[in-house]
Write a protein of this length. Structure first.
Length: 370
């Protein structure tokens, strides 16, 4: 039975996939090219209203306005680091209290021209997984973003890059607020839009989806043969230490992760990247490095050793340089491909979630280890 609420409810066009948008225009009995036009307005030109869709007739725009909406996230503020990193804060449409962050990490050629322009996007407002070192985890979980809200972050920053550097973004990493695979459909749909020629047209090889290790979804990525890169936030190389800082490890331990990673590799033959935050006197001993090397050898993989951005109120601290050196030497001995990632934007609270917390987000729900 159709209720008055159903009739009144407008369709959010930015929650529809490309196929669903085609169905929507078909139901309205519009010519088939109209769905591509709408898609381009939404995801290539990034318009905020139907009035800006100038190749649609006035009548059609009026008709669409009556039945549909095109909500867009709103840029609230940004902070620029001395190293060029820019952190953005966005407000979700109609939700005063819900904000998400994105970060642009530019790299430059020696002559100062922009080389790689990486955008780190958020996939959720807050996060349910409560990792002890993470500002987003401390905030709790509010809701998942739609794919439109994820693409909006990329689009806003892509346009800014065109203006500032004369070229668009080159890479997208899903490593901002939230656990991307806990919002599987929106993340995959947004990545598919970003790679679409009628949108930004980025190569899937330039997109990395990261996860704390949700094994079911890792296998799903493999079964669906999703063409994006996979990164695993490991941060500890044995169950005891991982249990201590990442509650997810209680439910899905390293043995289960190993099985999922092997399944993924067997299906896709694509190397995996591990992310390993190095914490002082916690996970930075030579024995930790040897255990990490064992994990990196499950399947062909590489590892990024990341120097942590200290977060106020978090006991874990960034490792010291001499401990990093000893750790790296141990990995080299085991022929592991490892890169040290220096913290970017330390002067602008660039650890994910820090800016949103500063902006006064309320507390949401969290899974915590007792
Ligand atoms: S590190 Fe990732 S999964 Fe863990 S709390 Fe932060 S956002 Fe969530």
């Amino acid at each position: 039975m159709t209720t008055q609420t159903d009739v009144d409810e407008k369709v959010n066009l930015k929650s529809l996939t490309k196929g669903e948008l085609e169905n929507f225009t078909e139901e309205l009995e519009l010519q088939s090219f109209r769905s591509d036009q709408l898609f381009q307005w939404l995801y290539q030109k990034g318009v905020h209203s139907f009035d800006e869709m100038t190749n649609l007739s006035k009548d059609l725009r009026a008709r669409l306005k009556e039945i549909a909406t095109v909500p867009t996230i709103e840029h609230v503020r940004q902070q620029e680091s001395e190293d060029g990193t820019i952190k953005f804060l966005f407000k979700l449409q109609g939700e005063e209290d819900h904000k998400v962050e994105s970060v642009l990490i530019p790299e430059f050629y020696p002559d100062g021209a922009a080389d790689r322009l990486t955008v780190c996007v958020s996939s959720q407002v807050g996060c349910v997984f409560g990792c002890s070192f993470c500002a987003t985890g401390a905030m709790g979980f509010f809701r998942s973003l739609t794919h439109g809200e994820i693409v909006d972050q990329v689009q806003y920053i892509d346009a800014l890059c065109e203006e500032k550097f004369g070229k668009g973004i080159t890479n997208v990493v899903y490593m901002g607020m939230g656990e991307p695979l806990h919002n599987y459909d929106a993340v995959v749909n947004s990545a598919n839009i970003i790679t679409d020629e009628l949108s930004i047209g980025l190569s899937p090889k330039r997109i990395t989806v990261s996860t704390v290790g949700l094994t079911k979804q890792i296998k799903k990525l493999a079964d669906e043969r999703q063409p994006f890169n996979l990164a695993i936030s490991l941060h500890a190389a044995n169950d005891e230490k991982r249990d201590e800082i990442m509650p997810i490890n209680n439910a899905m331990n390293l043995e289960q992760l190993e099985e999922a990673v092997k399944y993924y590799y067997q299906k896709l033959h694509r190397p995996i990247t591990y992310e390993y935050l190095l914490f002082d006197e916690f996970n930075d001993t030579p024995e930790d490095a040897r255990q990490l090397a064992d994990i990196v050898q499950w399947v062909p993989s590489k590892v990024n050793i990341i120097m942590y951005n200290n977060v106020a109120g978090v006991a874990l601290k960034k490792a010291r340089e001499q401990r990093l050196d000893a750790f790296m030497q141990e990995l080299v001995k085991r022929d592991i491909t490892a890169t040290v990632r220096r913290s970017r934007g330390e002067d602008i609270d660039a650890g994910c979630g820090q800016l949103a917390i500063k902006d006064g987000q309320e507390k949401g729900k969290t899974i915590r280890k007792n």
